[in-house]
Design a protein around this ligand. Structure first.
Ligand SMILES: Nc1ncnc2c1ncn2[C@@H]1O[C@H](COP(=O)(O)OP(=O)(O)OP(=O)(O)O)[C@@H](O)[C@H]1O
Ligand SMILES: [Mg+2]
Length: 344
């Protein structure tokens, strides 16, 4: 394949996950609401992409839609989720159930937000860790158990040979999070989504879990999609960031560039609302006002009601996420007035 052809398919750029136009509708007693609206981002091999935004902006819904594990009330109504597999690029949205199941684990995996309760209390952890090897690799009990022990060692659980027979409640919160990360990376996926992987943990354990994710990312050359509301964590851990507001991605780009010179008023508001030296784990203090209720997201720009730069055009039409800055900047913003943001 020539370099040009590689770029044309996106493969030469190391993109292993490409989300495009992803839209999720939720059925509620009051009617259908749109929780995720035309969301797009890419993740590349070996990098951490942060999905950053306030509570309720649609981060978890996006992550669940990407892996095809939405609640029954929610449905993907548009978009594509392309994942690189040995067989080529597969769109998980249109793939049949068999393909999707075959890819969950070996190609793309998720650590859920409420993960600490995700382990089954009635089985020893070893049985649960062995499952991917039995299902996807066809291993027998003994082989799969030895893989489970290996995996426990790799994620830093002491005495794995004996701990493999322990039950989830016999582990601390931090160790349970390690177990869940172990299950997710068991089959060396090329994409790992980690939804608030450290939120429930104290600061020391949080740092250990982030170090583990970094090590695993390097070891497996994974793309890690780190989902968080924690600005400082993003600054420390991520290479690129996609910032969400009311179900929409409002800005994307390399973290350092975006944080140094935001091109969307929401990003600027977020940065202005935190003290300069904020420690990881500290809550994002939000901007004056609140994000709109899903049922009341305005036509036009989603941020118009809180935006200091709002004009008539912002109310008339939704600004699309378009490239900003130099062609090589790898940045985009969804704002008609993005060139004015820095001085606002
Ligand atoms: N089962 C459901 N029924 C109705 N609305 C839902 C349901 N699940 C989520 N929502 C709504 O969808 C929106 C997006 O929720 P989501 O869980 O993706 O937010 P989030 O960004 O992950 O927030 P957090 O930071 O609190 O985890 C929210 O407004 C939420 O209230
Ligand atoms: Mg969430």
């Amino acid at each position: 394949m020539t370099a040009v052809a590689e770029n044309a398919t996106g493969r030469g750029s190391g993109v292993v996950l490409e989300v495009e136009g992803l839209t999720v509708d939720i059925r509620t007693p009051e009617g259908t609401v749109r929780a995720v609206d035309d969301v797009g981002f890419t993740a590349r091999r070996g990098e951490t992409l942060a999905l950053l935004g306030e509570s309720g902006c649609g981060k978890s819904m996006t992550a669940r839609a990407v892996v095809g594990l939405l609640d029954p009330v929610a449905e993907v109504t548009a978009g594509a989720v392309r994942v690189d597999a040995d067989a080529g690029r597969v769109d998980l949205v249109t793939a049949d159930e068999r393909t999707r199941r075959a890819m969950a684990g070996p190609e793309i995996a998720i650590v859920f937000q409420d993960a600490l309760t995700a382990l089954n209390p009635v089985y020893p952890v070893g049985t649960q860790l062995a499952e991917p090897f039995r299902i996807h690799r066809g291993m027998n009990r003994k082989q799969a158990r030895s893989m489970a022990v290996d995996l426990m060692r790799r994620v830093g659980i002491p005495e794995p040979q004996t701990r493999v027979d322990s039950y989830p409640h016999q582990f601390s919160g931090g160790m349970r999070q390690r177990l869940l990360i172990a299950m997710a990376v068991a089959l060396s996926p090329s994409v790992l989504l980690a939804d608030e992987p450290t939120t429930a943990l104290d600061v020391t354990v949080q740092a250990q879990i982030m170090a583990l994710l970094r090590d695993l990312r390097t070891e497996h050359r994974m793309a890690v999609v780190l989902i968080t509301h924690d600005l400082a964590l993003v600054a420390e851990e991520a290479d690129r960031v996609a910032i969400m507001y009311a179900g929409v991605v409002v800005e994307t780009g390399p973290v350092q560039d975006v944080f140094a010179a935001p091109r969307h008023p929401y990003t600027k508001g977020l940065l202005d609302s935190v003290p300069e030296h904020v420690a990881p784990g500290e809550e994002l203090r939000s901007i004056g006002g609140a994000p709109p209720e899903l049922a009341a997201v305005p036509a036009g720009c989603v941020y118009q009601d809180r935006c200091p730069l709002v004009r008539d055009d912002c109310r008339a039409a939704r600004p699309p996420l378009v490239p900003v800055g130099a062609p090589t900047a790898d940045r985009a913003a969804a704002c008609f007035h993005s060139s004015e943001v820095e001085n606002a």
